[in-house]
Design a protein around this ligand. Structure first.
Ligand code: ASP
Length: 280
């Protein structure tokens, strides 16, 4: 059993040592909690669970604490992918739900597995997800400042369960101050991808992640025989050519954990029951 989670990149407003330490402690707690959960649950359920815990922590730009778009509204995106069945389900630009990743998970059993905007919200309401404002005063303050003058922190989890099955989950409040209608990478195969060989969750500038097809490309390379490290190296070299800003976490079928980022400020933690690593 293995687990690796990320808390996105540090934004300019996040650079204080205090916030860094708080994020490190939070990542450590959540990785530990999710690992306990993994002992009796599948990789798929665990990836969604870990991301829901990250969404509930307002330190991150996902769920509670999400960034506000240019029109003053929060729209969130999330996806889960089950490596065994290779099914992805997701929500794009959903408003006013506490845990977008749990709505995404709920959609896995539907024929229509990725829903956007009002459709996603109506589906959530019909399936018992209560109305919930994910706005916090700090994000409103940042938004007001941008309005006057005018960061990041998506979350993700990749897990391998005791049966060797892999899954990935990713959730975001977006880039912040975006044009309403903008689509994030987080609920696409560029930002979140898993099959039986490898599972990947990304963070960074969604447009760069999509242009580089990052998660799907890393997984494809592993399927075709490349080591996880070489697959990351090649994919991040290609990202560099387009001046892309991104980071990713992954586990392959042998249980190898890996992460890389174009700018070394991604916050992440991994845990395999014995060895704990927290970086930021
Ligand atoms: N990838 C997210 C997006 O572009 C942002 C992030 O990772 O912080 O919507």
């Amino acid at each position: 059993m293995k687990i690796i989670i990320h808390g996105g990149f540090f934004s300019e407003s996040d650079q204080s040592q205090e916030v860094k330490t708080a994020k490190q402690n939070s990542l450590k707690n959540i990785a530990q909690k999710a690992f306990e959960y993994l002992k009796t649950n599948s990789a798929f359920d665990t990836a969604a669970y870990a991301v829901s815990l990250l969404e509930d922590d307002e330190l991150y730009n996902a769920g509670t604490g999400s960034q506000i778009q240019s029109d003053g509204i929060i729209r969130m995106s999330a996806a889960v992918m089950d490596g065994e069945t290779q099914k992805l389900s997701g929500v794009i630009n959903i408003q006013d739900v506490k845990n977008p990743v749990l709505v995404a998970k709920h959609l896995l059993n539907e024929d229509d597995r990725v829903l956007g905007g009002n459709g996603a919200k109506n589906y959530a309401t019909a399936h018992g997800f209560e109305n919930f404002s994910t706005e916090i005063p700090q994000r409103r303050k940042e938004y007001e400042e941008k309005l006057q003058n005018g960061g990041k922190g998506t979350v993700g989890c990749v897990a391998m369960d005791s049966n060797g099955k892999l899954a990935a989950a990713t959730s975001t409040g977006g880039k912040g101050f975006e044009i309403p209608g903008r689509i994030s990478d987080s609920a696409t195969v560029a930002g979140n991808y898993a099959n039986e060989f490898c599972a990947v969750s990304c963070t960074g500038v969604g447009e760069d992640i999509v242009s580089n097809a990052t998660a799907a490309k890393i997984v494809t390379r592993v399927v075709d025989g490349m080591s996880l490290k070489n697959a990351f190296d090649k994919t991040f070299e290609e990202l560099k050519k387009i001046d892309g800003f991104a980071g990713a976490i992954a586990i392959d079928k042998d249980g190898t954990l890996y992460h890389q980022d174009s700018h070394p400020t991604m916050a992440f933690a991994s845990f395999d029951g014995t060895d704990f690593t927290v970086f930021s």
